[in-house]
Design a protein around this ligand. Structure first.
Ligand code: ADP
Ligand code: FRU
Length: 378
């Protein structure tokens, strides 16, 4: 389903998996106990439900599911409780080809869980979430990663002070790509891709804005926007733009109203929603939208960098032939040192690209809400 959608919107088939570098999603993994009801229950009533199932949930975890179904190689990073539910969660990640090899496993604290009520009558999803204070991921867990493995890192907005440290850690990795190129190591260093950092602000917690100055791409969900007093997407983009770092891309999805985005040079783009014939399951629509946007942008980033490398190597070759031996090393360094990592991690996002991304993401999110769970999107 997705491959044909991608073809329709982008005009080419998605590239095969190994060409696209890995996306890491950092956040929560929980157990969703999903109950499907004809209609939302009255308090203190009894009703026979249509279905009840267990599902792996959590924003970063759901985003990984969709990324993987789209064909992107991806990894989930977050604390996992060692209680009996971890078997279900890990099996499901294996089934969906999601790498979780760097997750710290915590003993003695239970797994976060949500009771979710899906109403067939209205399409609503009501989430009752419980977290028995499973310790959050720490910078020391994050430092165990080999950052060369990733082209994009997406953070759930939570655990603000620690997540800021992780974002700064990625930032200094990106800066090291510009500064540590000695003449001898130049080839090795330029093979490393600057990592694009994205963040999702979803929960209605004011302190989440502190994450914005560190993100290249920010997803602003409706719940968070409402908590700041914003009533629609344009108002959200206009106001949040002031708190983001300069040149950030901001994206806002708003259920049946679709989505809107602001490019690094402040152009506004918009997509309608694409509802299915029948709304079956809106749980994780936002996580699906985010995944499809990340997938699309990471794909464009990959081809942008590849094209740039080809041009650079062509230029280098020409200069090489004309230069004296003593100038050669300096020439390589000047030509291959991508002007700044800041550029190559967001420079590819122009109005056309962002328009394509949110359009694709609204198509995928629309397809998802017509399905039970996520399987069937691929
Ligand atoms: P969530 O409630 O999970 O945060 P959002 O409201 O942010 O999800 O919606 C994400 C995307 O999913 C929207 O941009 C839209 O494309 C699609 N979507 C969600 N709900 C609907 C709906 N009722 N009708 C059509 N599309 C929807
Ligand atoms: C959906 C979701 C559920 C989870 C809850 C956590 O976006 O990730 O899977 O129960 O939100 O807040």
């Amino acid at each position: 389903m997705i491959s044909s959608l991608y073809k329709k919107i982008v005009g080419t088939s998605p590239p095969p998996e190994p060409d696209v570098p890995k996306i890491l999603c950092v956040g929560v993994n929980c157990l969703d106990i999903v109950t499907v009801c004809k209609e939302f229950p009255l308090e203190d009533s009894e009703q026979r439900c249509l279905e009840q199932r267990w599902q792996r949930g959590g924003n970063a975890s759901n985003t990984c599911t969709v990324l993987s179904l789209l064909g992107s190689s991806c990894e989930f990073l977050g604390s996992l409780s060692s209680d009996q539910h971890v078997i279900f969660l890990e099996d499901d990640m294996r089934k969906h080809k999601i790498d979780f090899s760097h997750c710290p496993i915590i003993d003695g604290v239970g797994c976060p869980m949500s009771t979710v009520i899906l109403s067939i009558a209205t399409g609503s999803r009501t989430i009752l979430h419980f977290n028995p204070n499973l310790p959050e991921l720490l910078l020391k867990d994050f430092e165990k990663l080999n950052l060369e493995d990733y082209s994009w890192i997406h953070f759930e907005g939570r655990n603000v002070s620690e997540v800021i440290c992780m974002m700064q850690y990625v930032e200094s990795y990106n800066n090291s790509l510009n500064t540590c190129q000695s003449d001898d190591s130049v080839k090795l260093e330029t093979n490393r891709i600057p990592i694009t950092i994205s963040v999702e602000l979803e929960k209605p917690k004011p302190e989440l804005v502190d994450l914005l100055p560190y993100a290249d791409v920010a997803f602003i969900a409706r719940d968070f926007a409402h908590s700041k007093g914003f009533d629609n997407m344009s108002e959200t983009l206009r106001n949040i733009g002031e708190e983001a770092k300069s040149g950030a891309t901001i994206i806002c999805a708003w259920s049946e109203w679709g989505a809107m985005g602001r490019t690094p040079d402040s152009m506004i783009v918009q997509s309608p929603s694409f509802p299915p014939n029948q709304i079956i399951d809106t749980l994780g629509a936002g996580d699906t939208f985010n995944a499809a946007t990340l997938y699309y942008l990471n794909m464009v980033k990959t081809s942008f960098i590849k094209k740039r490398e080809e041009e650079e190597s062509h230029k280098t070759k020409e200069t090489f032939e004309e230069s004296s031996e003593t100038d050669k090393k300096r020439e390589i360094k000047q030509n291959t040192n991508i002007e700044s990592t800041e550029c190559s991690r967001t420079e590819f996002i122009n109005a056309n690209v962002l328009q394509g991304a949110i359009n694709f993401a609204c198509h995928v999110a629309g397809a998802k809400i017509g399905l039970r769970g996520y399987d069937g999107l691929e």
